[in-house]
Each structure stands twice: as C-alpha cells, then as structure tokens.
Unconditional design. Sequence first.
Length: 115
Amino acid sequence: MATSYSGPVIWGLIALIGAVTFLIRLSFIGLFGYLDEIPPQVKRGLRFVPAAVLAALVLPSLITLEPGTGGVAVDKLAAGAVAGAVAWRTESVFTTIGAGMVTLWAVRFVLLPAV
C-alpha cells in the first residue's frame, strides 16, 4: 500500500498513538490508585464490560456474509444460536463448545453439503 507520508512521519505517528494508548491505560491505574473505594456508578458499569467484550468478539464472526453469495453464513449462525442456548441452560463451557461444534459440522456437512 503506497502512501505519501515519509518514513519518519509514520514512525512518529506510531509512537504518538502508542504513547496516547499508554497514558489512557495509566490514567485508570493512577485514578483508582488514589481512590479508597470505587464509586458505585463505576462498579455498576464495569459489571457489563465482560459481556460487551465477548459480544464484540463473537458476534462479527457469527453474522458474516458468505463470500460470493452475499448471504448470511447459516452454519455459523445456527451453531452460535445452539451454543448460546446450551450455555444458558447448562453453564458448562465444554458442553457449549461441543454442542456448537457438532451443530456447525452437522449444518455444514450434512444439511448443506453442496452449498
């Protein structure tokens, strides 16, 4: 990929972005280092961080478009739905992974083998 920026400008931007990222993370460590107790509003908001991160990592891979066809990847969507239901019902990581993989393989190789 060609760009009109010179090498030192690109390296300067990389260093600047790295420094800003470091300072943002350091600010939270410094802020909570001076507080005796985390405020209840912050605690309430931090409870939802793991679910939000998981959703941000998982949902894009479940709702993807099939290459060439432009349709939704039915096999991944079905496997994700089954895995979500199994996780909600059993709360077992291994059972969830197993059910999701079995569903993915069943849809991909048995129900829709030639698609």
